[in-house]
Design a protein around this ligand. Sequence first.
Ligand SMILES: Nc1ncnc2c1ncn2[C@@H]1O[C@H](COP(=O)(O)OP(=O)(O)OP(=O)(O)O)[C@@H](O)[C@H]1O
Length: 471
Amino acid sequence: MTETLYPDFGVLLVDDEPDWLGSLTLTLETAGGINNITTCSDSRQVLSILEEKRIGLVMLDLTMPHLSGEEVLAQIAERYPDTAVIILSGLNQLETAVRCMRLGAFDYCVKTDEEERIVGSVLRAIRMVEMRSEFQEMSSRLISRELSHPEAFSAIVTGDRSMLDVFAYIEAVAKSPQPLLITGESGVGKELIAQAVHRLSGCRGKLVTVNVAGLDDTVFADTLFGHVRGAYTGADQARRGMVEEASDGTLFLDEIGDLSIPSQVKLLRLLQEREYYPLGCDLPKRLKARIIVATHQNLSAKEGEGKFRRDLYYRLRTHRVQIPALRERRGDIPLLLDHFLAEAAEALGKKKPTPPKGLAQFLSTYSFPGNVRELKAMVFDAVSVHRDRMLSMDSFVKAVESAQAEAGPSTAAPPRQNPFSGFDELPTFSDAAAFLVQEALARANGNQTLAARLLGISQPALSKRLKMMHS
Ligand SMILES: Nc1ncnc2c1ncn2[C@@H]1O[C@H](COP(=O)(O)OP(=O)(O)OP(=O)(O)O)[C@@H](O)[C@H]1O
């Protein structure tokens, strides 16, 4: 199996001592998981390598024959300003370090520095280059408002601007090896987003989904890391963990907000060390999967309450997207309605029914606490019971009313402000009623039955009021 390259751009090591190049390569591979390395022992060749290969980071020795590290640094800074350079010197000379930083070096390390210091600097430089390229890619997409791979999002029905911005962001970060955090209320389509990211990532492996809600720590470790035969009583067979199942692919951990603290520690270790031990096994295995996590919970609040580890939270949110609730993109309701009518008709072997006039308008007045999933269920239910060519409005009205009754008056709708609180002068009762009626009729597209429902009055009461208004 070919190993996934990290980072996805090359790291060029330049030093006239081949032994040092060999030992630095080994250190970066073993301590930093960095395996996309090119070496060069003749500083005169650096520019032609940069010309030919996609190099994002150069580690330059300072003292070299022909062209010194400082001279090469100046050339790189001028011709390849997006390439990060770390200077590696045999001597700790403050003056030289300052000069190199002024020339644009990312960092200055001394060869005798601790391994941790050198590897840490390289990992930070890699992250900076990755972030810079994501930022450039995202801004160019946001400016052009065009997607390079719209087909990756074909399962997600939307015309909403903020969703399209989410798509643009996802295209920019899809190939990053860092985790992606997807947040949003239940039913907004987080799993569909994870599928799109996996498709765009170009990973050859599978997308493996694990819902971690309700898994206790032992089951979590066993599910993710697997075990060897005989690891515990009853472990008659070895089990491959989901991390291994997702090799060269994507591991999608859903409901991450419910993860217990001990499991959070295990996940953090996996992300930091990119290694794990199947239960009962002394040899570590390498993490070769991209990690995507999702939650409907507010992780930042959980972190504040001490229920989610800060270090894990910050690691997970390197890339993050927030999927808006359906009530924040009501323009999607008619599109989704049409999509689910076709899908339900096909699944149930029926002809696609014609929706009653005003249905989309009626649905747009509802807050959909269950988001797209709730709309989908409503449509499937209505299509399964309908018999005529025209779909009945009734099953939708009943579904909305029973959901509202179930939620109770305080949660049926999002908390509202008193619309009159900012008024200097209050309208009269009859003026306020007239405004309400007009607004309800506009929202119901002139449909009086719907408008009456929105106002919580009977249709005869509404027509009486309309007569009064017009007399
Ligand atoms: N924009 C969309 N277009 C088409 N189908 C959608 C869209 N958004 C969601 N769905 C459908 O709605 C249902 C719920 O979506 P999904 O499971 O992705 O939500 P979720 O945010 O992951 O929910 P949860 O937090 O409960 O896991 C699925 O059947 C999905 O196919």
